[in-house]
Design a protein around this ligand. Structure first.
Ligand code: ADP
Ligand code: MG
Length: 680
């Protein structure tokens, strides 16, 4: 069986189960084998009842004293009770509604029970333990991330089938043999067999080490290959610096940090290789004006530039802002998914013959029909929303274009080295002058009416505001859409009757969104009720109030981004976080928001409070998902992987040698997840 084969080739996997697997992003047999257990139950070590620790799951082995008796407590609730002795003590076992498990239990059989043991004087009890016959159960069992209708146990069975099939005809190991020898890593098949069905914890450690190394190594190889895209080749030739021309026409004076950053970019243009620079600046630090300045010099030198933003709203706004900042001297085009076919055709034609200097858009920019005449600069805004691969794909539209990457999400330094290891960094550590600090309050819903009064006061003074709707978790009713619509209706007919309200959510047509944003930017809408679609980049300096409902449901970094929508002009701004969730952790998190507006401090706290797991979610950084590696815990392996990847590529830059073929395929597969092309 091939790893690329569909999981339907496994016995018992039909349309229905395949659809459930799809929910876990598992399509092929290889995906299934790489669906590593998230935890294990140790059924290999059994614990005598009298040594069982309270509240700690363990495995008890014993003999069934009497077969289960059935008690129908009420409709829909049946208990099964039986007793098990371990030779010294006896435990009373209760199963709820689990006829299937109870049917397995016979008098005098040797049995394994996995669960927590509670002790009541001399009585032992186990409630709803997992039950297995002793002869099949005694081992370390994997626990898989599951989904409704597809249990960990079902996955375990399918994994076993997949392993059996693969054992007959093992696929080539993606790690070359010499590297495995050098790093003392076990082979791929052994690692899979062990990680899915470990015989003991030491073997598991070794398998895990191999798989973590593999992931980090592939990650590094991919990143290095993107970085080396233009080794030894100069970028677009830019000889004249037009920054002075740009600044002379601006409606404001650039901050020192903005000027320094533009200068750093211009200096990069003179280097032997194309620029690869990350501009990291907190929300509101003025990254757009930097991008405009850099693009201006590039365009005046006869090249085209492209700027990619993560949402249509943002792309639209950027196109307008850039037109204002650059005036008629630069011909700007806007390309998003919603541009009509006819307009799009004209736009692409103009682009291909060089009649457009600066193309702004969403990921539609990397579409296959988009051709530039002379692409010299690629800018990605809010990079954390894109995959590294998408950035590379846009760059591939030019011949070694310069690359400018902008991000507001502050990330810990070690992580930055990994994610942006291929980039030089400029930090915008200065806000434009005249900014008023934002005051933030965390309140409970019972004083919401007062908060609304406060909002009305500001609207009456001619300012504007946002109310961000409760974030609705997936699968929860009502949907985000109805939540937004309902809140909007309630506010419009209640506390904000007579005010001009607007509604914005992700399900609206792009043209509708655009119309609402325009009306808001023009001041025609006073209060915008919105889902998190305004999270990044939206810039309306007259908006001074932000109210966030169900604030406890947002991550700190996200709240910080949302709060970045206000405090952008010369008026003092206020952020109100409403939450009725009294939990300690929520209070602490919201307290952090009240205490500081420094994005780096917030990122640090976020990392401390939530742990690295969430932080490294794909959405945050656009790197491929790592199944095994924990970037914080596995830092030392990370360094080894980095060195090994660099060595391998210096010997074989394109991984073209036969022995590296499985490796090249594995890197391509990993990066395909994040939209990377050109790696195979
Ligand atoms: P971000 O870094 O969050 O992308 P923007 O580029 O959207 O920030 O800029 C935020 C606001 O600050 C915009 O309204 C912009 O016009 C304004 N701005 C940018 N630079 C300056 C400056 N040097 N002086 C005054 N206002 C500025
Ligand atoms: Mg921005």
């Amino acid at each position: 069986m091939l790893l690329d084969g569909s999981i339907r080739e496994l016995k018992g996997v039909g349309d229905k189960r395949a659809a459930l697997y799809k929910k876990l992003d598992i399509v092929t047999v290889g995906d299934l084998l790489r669906h590593y257990p998230r935890a294990y139950e140790d059924w290999s070590q059994t614990t005598p009842l009298h040594l069982a620790m309270p509240n700690e799951p363990c495995c008890v082995k014993g003999w069934v004293v009497a077969a289960p008796s059935e008690y129908r407590v009420r409709k829909g609730m049946t208990l099964y009770r039986f007793r098990v002795t371990d030779g010294r003590d006896t435990v009373q076992v209760t199963l709820f509604n689990n006829r299937f498990a109870a049917a397995k239990v016979r008098r005098d059989m040797e049995i394994l029970l996995y669960g927590t043991v509670t002790r009541n004087g001399r009585h032992y009890e186990m409630s709803s333990p997992l039950v297995e016959a002793a002869d099949v159960g005694e081992r370390i069992r994997p626990i898989y991330r599951q989904t409704e209708g597809l249990t960990s146990r079902m996955i375990e069975t399918n994994v076993r089938q997949a392993l059996e099939a693969v054992e007959k005809n093992p696929p080539p190991d993606c790690l070359p043999a010499d590297l495995r020898r050098q790093m003392q890593l076990c082979d791929q098949l052994t690692a899979w067999q062990t990680v899915h069905a470990p015989s003991n914890t030491q073997a598991l450690q070794e398998a895990r080490r191999r798989l973590v190394f593999e992931e980090l190594f592939l990650l590094q190889l991919g990143l290095l290959r993107i970085k080396n895209r233009a080794r030894g080749v100069a970028g677009a030739r830019i000889t004249t610096d037009y920054t002075a021309d740009y600044t002379a026409s601006l409606p404001f004076t650039l901050t020192g940090a903005q000027r320094r950053t533009i200068a750093e970019c211009v200096r990069d243009f003179a280097a032997e290789r194309p620029m690869s620079r990350l501009v990291q600046g907190d929300v509101g630090s003025g990254k757009t004006a930097v991008a405009a300045g850099v693009a201006y010099t590039v365009v005046r030198n006869g090249w085209q530039a492209a700027m990619m933003a993560p949402t249509e709203i943002l792309a639209q706004q950027h196109a307008e802002t850039l037109q204002k900042l650059l005036g008629d001297r630069v011909r700007i085009g806007l390309l998003t998914g919603s541009v009509t076919a006819a307009k799009r055709a004209r736009l692409l034609e103009a682009l291909a013959v060089g009649e457009i200097d600066l193309l702004v858009g969403t990921h539609a920019l990397i579409g296959e029909h988009v051709h530039f005449a002379r692409l010299g600069l690629v800018i990605t805004d809010e990079q954390h929303r894109f995959g590294v691969g998408q950035r590379a794909a846009l760059a591939a539209k030019g011949v070694n274009p310069h690359m400018l990457v902008m991000s507001a999400t502050p990330i810990p330094r070690t992580l930055a080295l990994i994610m942006y290891g291929d980039l030089d960094v400029s930090v915008l550590d200065e806000l434009p002058p005249g900014r008023q600090p934002i005051k933030t309050y965390a309140i409970t819903p019972d004083i919401r009416a007062r908060a609304y009064g406060y909002v009305r006061q500001h609207l009456d003074e001619g300012r504007q505001g946002y109310i961000v709707c409760p974030l609705v978790e997936e699968g929860e009713e009502p949907s985000e859409l109805t939540a937004a619509t309902e809140l909007f209706e309630r506010l419009r007919s209640g506390p904000f009757k007579g005010y001009r309200l607007g509604l914005l959510h992700g399900r609206m047509k792009p043209s509708e969104k655009e119309a609402v944003m325009e009306a808001f930017a023009a001041g025609e809408i006073q209060l915008l009720v919105s889902t998190t679609v305004i999270e990044v980049g939206v810039d309306v300096p007259n908006a001074v109030i932000l109210v966030v409902e169900n604030a406890e449901r947002f991550g700190l970094a996200q709240l910080h981004q949302l709060r970045g929508r206000i405090g952008r002009g010369r008026y003092p701004s206020t952020c109100v976080l409403i939450s009725d969730h009294g939990g300690e952790e929520t209070r602490r998190r919201l307290q952090v928001m009240c205490a500081t507006t420094d994005g780096f401090r917030i990122a640090d706290e976020d990392l401390k409070l939530r742990g690295p797991g969430d932080f490294f979610g794909n959405r945050q950084h656009g790197l491929p998902n790592l199944h095994m590696a924990d970037l914080m815990a596995d830092m030392s392996l990370m360094q080894l992987a980095q060195t090994a990847a660099a060595n391998r590529l210096s010997a074989d830059p394109a991984l073209a040698r036969a022995e590296n073929a499985p490796l090249r395929a594995a890197v391509a597969r990993l990066f395909a997840q994040v939209g990377a092309q050109g790696l195979n």
